[in-house]
Design a protein around this ligand. Structure first.
Ligand SMILES: Nc1ncnc2c1ncn2[C@@H]1O[C@H](COP(=O)(O)OP(=O)(O)O)[C@@H](O)[C@H]1O
Ligand SMILES: [Mg+2]
Length: 626
């Protein structure tokens, strides 16, 4: 129905107008047809009555022999508004008197003539003429003599007018009735359509996201059921908004947890396909975050690990219980190194009876594992250190006794030449023992204050410590430093740096080689106005390839399976940082056509204002790998 209006207001209006027009028309038709009949009946009765009255008046006039009165009666009858024409004829139908015009000119119509025979028997006759005209005729008697007929024709226009009046008032009534109803509908429809329009706008605003709060609450414009509906709608929107806000809060909380948790989180469906993971998990699998969706574990992780985790997931789906404490390990990353993960799986339910997803928590515990391992070694080393220090301390007393005894022996009168030489040699070795013991103790009791220290002495003391190993491994030492040069530093710590560097160099060089230790006054590579000392420790050892060279300063990084702690260079780095120094590494591994070897270069500024400050090794030291 294209033509049918779409809004309630116009639908109501259209149907009302249609209904009322129909009912008014029906009413008018009923009224007019009924009234038309009534009017006709009445007018015919009146007509009959008028004809009878005229005939009686005429007979009375004739009885009185006053023929002129008949004419007067005819005219008065003809004057009545309901009468169109009145006449009196003789018994044979000749017109004697007429209300209008000359009677001689008027003749009866055939329909009238046809009535004359009936009139003789009947007293009164009402009959139809042509064109809807009606006429009534009545015989005029004086006694028993028939003297003529009185004819009265009705005024049709007058009758019609009666009907018109009725029609007109019906029409006026209909129009007024319609207008009033339209007005009523307009008023009524406002109270329906307006709140409906408001509700419609509100619903549309509610559907669009994000909900624009400017629309709510909806205005309550009417005080009826619709008003209550709008109020209820407003309440519903408010509670929805509350729920939505709560949901949003929870979601952003979960999102931020997922994004920022320092552990790998992943969720899998019943077919063990990945539905969501966080960044950390993506880093662990080394597959980009958005390529996880829909993948299974064997597509993301190496075979044995994937199998173990899948088994845990299956268990979670089957039993609905978390599976904790699964430790998996493998090799990965670049450079390749071992890792250990702690994996837990737990059920995620959306209704109490069914496990919808399984969540996986992965914690990379490789560092901790390595740390624990290194700690064990360090503890062992520290214990060894303490033991060495106490031995060094304890040696002093017997050593003193030996020295005293050797002194006595030297001054012994009966001693001979070759024996004296042995005594001298023994004295030398005893002094060396004393020196080593002292230096060992010096390592142990580090000074806590920076001091101006003679570099040559410091380096020599370290080299002396290693002299034994240097000799055994047939390593020639090249010393290139000025015996007078000093540096303001924490001597014990700088000694430790040297000990680490020399120790590593010795470890790297086996079966003959060279160790070159240099020190000279210099300026900073990058800031020429900073003065200090530049050291270098170079060896002709095995050298390092790039992967190793990049990581030598990392804590716990070592290539020495059993003997290494991976702490030496890390600690050295920290000490250099404390002195605001810099360190460079240059290394050539074997097999590059050049002799292999490694050179560590260190620059320590000669800074009289140096005080003890704790600094993280990573932040303030420029270490470059060359
Ligand atoms: N002079 C060197 N020549 C070859 N490799 C070296 C040298 N110095 C250090 N390295 C490498 O750096 C690693 C870390 O050294 P370090 O921190 O002293 O720990 P550690 O000596 O306990 O292994 C060593 O394991 C070794 O692989
Ligand atoms: Mg070392």
């Amino acid at each position: 129905m294209r033509w049918w209006p779409r809004t309630i207001r116009w639908q109501m209006l259209a149907s009302l107008i249609l209904l009322e027009a129909l009912s008014v028309l029906l009413f008018a038709w009923l009224l007019v047809s009924k009234l038309g009949d009534d009017i006709q009946e009445h007018s015919l009765q009146r007509l009959a009555h008028q004809a009878t009255s005229l005939s009686l008046q005429a007979s009375e006039a004739l009885l009185q022999n006053q023929v002129g009165w008949v004419g007067v009666s005819v005219r008065t009858t003809g004057d009545a508004t309901s009468v169109a024409f009145a006449k009196v004829t003789d018994p044979s139908g000749n017109v004697l008197f007429a209300s209008k015009g000359d009677p001689k000119q008027i003749t009866l119509e055939p329909a009238e003539i046809a009535q004359i025979p009936h009139l003789k028997s009947d007293k009164l006759k009402v009959f139809a003429l042509d064109h809807g005209r009606w006429e009534s005729a009545s015989p005029i008697y004086t006694g028993t003599d028939l003297r003529g007929y009185a004819w009265v024709e009705n005024n049709r226009t007058w009758d019609m007018e009666q009907l018109r009046i009725v029609e007109k008032s019906t029409l006026i009534f209909g129009v007024i009735w319609n207008l009033a109803s339209i007005l009523l509908i307009l008023l009524l429809s406002r109270t329906i359509s307006k709140p409906l329009a408001i509700l419609h706008r509100g619903t549309v605003a509610l559907i669009t996201l994000p909900v624009s709060t400017s629309h709510f609450p909806l205005p309550v414009t009417v005080d009826n059921e619709f008003g209550e509906l709008i109020e209820a709608f407003n309440r519903m929107v408010a509670s929805l908004e509350e729920q939505r806000a709560g949901l949003n809060d929870t979601l952003s909380l979960l999102d931020s947890m997922l994004a920022n948790a320092p552990i790998g989180l992943a969720f899998f469906d019943r077919r063990l396909r990945c539905v969501r993971v966080n960044d950390v998990f993506a880093q662990l699998t080394a597959v980009s975050l958005n390529r996880h969706l829909g993948r299974t574990l064997p597509e993301l992780l190496p075979q044995p690990v994937a199998e173990q985790v899948e088994e845990a997931l299956q268990q979670v789906f089957a039993e609905g219980q978390p599976a904790n404490g699964l430790e998996v390990s493998g090799h990965g990353g670049k450079p390749l190194r071992p890792w250990t993960w702690m994996v837990s799986a737990y059920p995620v339910r959306t209704n109490p009876d069914q496990v919808r997803w399984a969540g996986v928590i992965v914690q990379d515990v490789s560092e901790r594992k390595r740390g624990e391992e290194a700690l064990r070694k360090t503890e062992k080393l520290a214990a060894t250190g303490r033991l060495a220090a106490s031995i060094a301390h304890e040696i002093n007393n017997p050593l003193e006794a030996i020295t005293n005894l050797l002194f006595l022996l030297r001054n012994f009168s009966g001693i001979q030449e070759p024996a004296l030489n042995y005594v001298t040699m023994a004295e030398l070795e005893a002094r060396r023992i004393a020196e080593i013991a002292q230096q060992t103790l010096r390592f142990y009791r580090q000074s806590t204050l920076p001091l101006r220290t003679t570099m040559a002495e410091l380096i020599d003391s370290v080299l002396n410590l290693y002299q034994g190993r240097l000799n055994t491994l047939d390593i020639q030492v090249q010393r290139e430093y000025d015996s007078e040069m000093t540096l303001f530093c924490f001597a014990g710590e700088i000694r430790q740096v040297f000990a680490n560097l020399v120790g590593n160099a010795v470890d790297a060089t086996s079966g003959g080689g060279r160790l070159r230790v240099r020190a000279r006054r210099s300026r900073d590579w990058k800031e020429p106005n900073v003065e200090g000392v530049r050291f270098s420790v170079g060896d002709t050892g095995c050298g390092m390839d790039l992967d190793v060279r990049e990581r030598v300063f990392e804590a716990f990084f070592t290539t020495k399976e059993v003997t290494g702690t991976g702490l030496g260079l890390w600690v050295s780095h920290e000490i250099i940082a404390k002195h605001k120094g810099k360190v460079h590494v240059r290394s050539t591994p074997a097999g590059f056509g050049k002799p292999s070897g490694t050179v560590f270069q260190i620059f320590i500024p000669d800074d009289e204002t140096l005080t003890y400050t704790l600094q993280s090794p990573a932040t303030n030291v420029a270490s470059e790998v060359v």
